[in-house]
Each structure stands twice: as structure tokens, then as C-alpha cells.
Write a protein that binds this ligand. Structure first.
Ligand SMILES: [Zn+2]
Length: 333
């Protein structure tokens, strides 16, 4: 069974050491489909998106951590607790992405309902997982950045929903196949698009280290100012080293992120400019949160398309006018 082991597998290392202070802005409520017969609650939007695609009309699916909100720092509110307690099924990312929700997820799981980490399948593929390169055990949780990796979350969702609602298993499988086809197309788009960047310029500098899986999948060298989690602040030395790197490599653009404050990235730009090398902010990327609910960027495909298209253009590659959206040509999403 998939319900009983993963929570402890993922959260065993938790989290009493983490102080419960500080959290980002509270999220705007995400849209909820009221027509379904049971309720599913997810942590980050990228998971909500998978579940909506797989469940179709058979579940009411909602998310907790909304647009522009940092999941590393997110501390659940009282109304989140009510939502989680009332859910029939709960999905979270795992790998300590939702570090400050650990106690709550353990408690909800203790009430006997399915609380499922979508990264469960990929956890078995230890060659795939990336570790923080400081020798610690901390595993990089940002699997969604590589579409091929994130694909592996889809069958986990299918299995979990099918176990709860076996009557609609075939529909969930069918919906998943359709969604996976779109994701495979997205992956091809990402590969082709990044490959169009001149080789020397395939360097992605961002606010925090969320893009390593994308880097490995597409051949981008990735440098984040803050680490894999945003919990620890970047030091002055980290910033100086990165400024040196940008100047030496003649990097044309760096990127801010929608769920992380932009002050460090702006400091990089100023530092490089002071050294006589002009670097611009190439755009704002969706790292750990999707765009506005109801918008294209408020879907997983739209989020990744936006990132890939923005990175490609700012670093001197060629992305088609309509990005991936043109390729999907009218596929409703
Ligand atoms: Zn992150």
C-alpha cells in the first residue's frame, strides 16, 4: 500500500529543529472545483495541477500554498488546518519542501487518511535525486523543474486516487495518459529551446537554488544565490563570489523568482555593473509557486513554458513567438 510508509520516509528527519517563526505572505485562496464527490487538498500548485488533470470532475481539488508564496517558509494557518482535516486525500511534495508543515501533515496522516508524497516513486531512483552539494543529507526537492522527473508524480496520483475511488480508476488512468502526452511535448520544447542558447551562455543565475534538475536535464549550468532552501540567508561572500563568476563568464542576464525577494539578485546586478560588466535581469521565473489562478502561468505547463521561454530569450537563444502555447495549439488547459 502506498499510504502508510511515505510520510515517515520523507519527514523522518523533521523538523523540530526548525523554528516556527516567520512565514511568507498568506496565499490567495485557490479555485476549488465544487462539483466533485470527494475532496483533495494539495500543498503546492504544481501538485494541485496534476490532481486536477487526473481527477477531472470526480474530486474537489484545492491547494494551500498559492501564487508567489514560498513553500520552504510556509507555515499553515488555522483555515489550512480545517481544510486538511476535512480532506479525503492529501498530497504534498516531500523531500522537506514543505518543512514547516511537517507536524501538521503527520497529524493529519495520524487520523488515518491518505497523505501522499507525490515524489514517492522518484525516491526509489536514487541516481536521479540531487543532493545539496555541501555534503549534507538534504535532498533537493525541486523535482518539478525537470518535466521528465515530474512525470513520475503522475502515476503516484493515479494510484492514490484509484485506491480511494476505485470506481473511476480507468478514467484516472486515461486522464493521466492525456496529461503525460502534453508533458512529454513540454519536455521536448524545453530541450529544444535551451539547446538554442549559445553554449557559452547556458548559465542560469537565480535567487535560490531551485533549478538544478532543470540544469541537469537541459545542459544549463545553474547557480543560486541562496541555497536549496530559502531558510538560510546568503552571505556577503556568496554574493561576491557570484559577482566574480558573472563578470568572468560574461553572463548577460540573471533572474528573479516570483516567490523569493529580489534584493539579492539586484545586488548582483549592481555588483557586476560596478565592475564594468553589464548584466540585466532577464525576467521573473516561477520557481516554487505557479502564476495567478486561472491564467496560463497558473498551470504547471504554463509555468514551465514561461520559465523556459524567458530563460532562452534572455540568454540569447531562440524561442518561438507563442512559446509552448503555440505547440499545444488549442489544447484546453
Ligand atoms: Zn525552493
Amino acid at each position: 500500500m502506498i499510504f502508510d510508509k511515505p510520510l515517515y520516509l520523507f519527514l523522518a528527519a523533521c523538523c523540530t529543529a526548525l523554528s516556527m517563526v516567520g512565514c511568507g505572505p498568506q496565499p490567495a485562496a485557490l479555485e476549488t472545483d465544487e462539483s466533485g464527490s470527494y475532496t483533495v487538498v494539495c500543498t503546492v500548485g504544481m501538485i494541485t495541477d496534476i490532481v486536477r488533470n487526473v481527477a477531472g470532475d470526480y474530486a474537489q481539488v484545492s491547494g494551500i500554498i498559492g501564487e508567489g508564496v514560498d513553500p520552504h517558509l510556509y507555515k499553515p494557518t488555522r483555515s489550512d488546518m480545517v481544510k486538511l482535516s476535512g480532506a479525503d486525500v492529501v498530497f504534498y511534495n516531500g523531500l522537506l519542501l514543505e518543512g514547516k508543515m511537517t507536524d501538521v501533515l503527520v497529524r493529519v496522516s495520524g487520523a488515518g487518511k491518505p497523505v501522499q508524497a507525490v515524489t514517492e516513486a522518484i525516491l526509489e531512483d536514487t541516481d536521479y535525486l540531487l543532493n545539496k552539494d555541501d555534503g549534507s543529507e538534504y535532498t533537493d526537492p525541486h523535482i518539478w523543474m525537470d518535466v521528465r522527473g515530474w512525470l513520475q508524480a503522475v502515476p503516484v496520483v493515479v494510484d492514490t486516487l484509484s485506491a480511494f475511488d476505485p470506481e473511476h480508476m480507468e478514467i484516472y488512468k486515461h486522464n493521466a495518459q492525456q496529461y503525460i502526452k502534453q508533458l512529454e511535448q513540454l519536455d521536448r520544447y524545453a530541450q529544444q529551446s535551451i539547446a538554442s542558447i549559445p553554449e557559452m551562455q547556458r548559465v542560469l543565475v537565480t535567487a535560490h537554488d531551485a533549478f538544478q534538475y532543470l540544469g541537469r536535464a537541459t545542459g544549463l549550468t545553474v547557480r543560486g544565490i541562496q541555497g536549496v532552501s530559502t531558510e538560510s540567508e546568503a552571505g556577503v561572500r556568496d554574493l561576491e563570489e557570484l559577482v566574480n563568476y558573472i563578470v568572468e563568464q560574461q553572463i548577460p542576464a540573471v533572474f528573479v523568482e516570483t516567490s523569493v525577494a529580489d534584493k539579492n539578485v539586484r545586488a548582483l546586478v549592481e555588483g557586476a555593473n560596478a565592475r564594468g560588466h553589464t548584466v540585466v535581469i532577464g525576467g521573473s521565473l516561477f520557481s516554487d509557486a505557479m502564476g495567478a489562478p486561472g491564467s496560463y502561468e497558473g498551470t504547471y505547463i504554463g509555468m514551465i513554458d514561461h520559465n523556459i521561454t524567458t530563460i532562452t530569450r534572455a540568454l540569447g537563444g531562440v524561442a518561438p513567438e507563442a512559446g509552448m502555447q503555440g505547440k499545444l495549439s488549442g489544447v484546453a488547459h
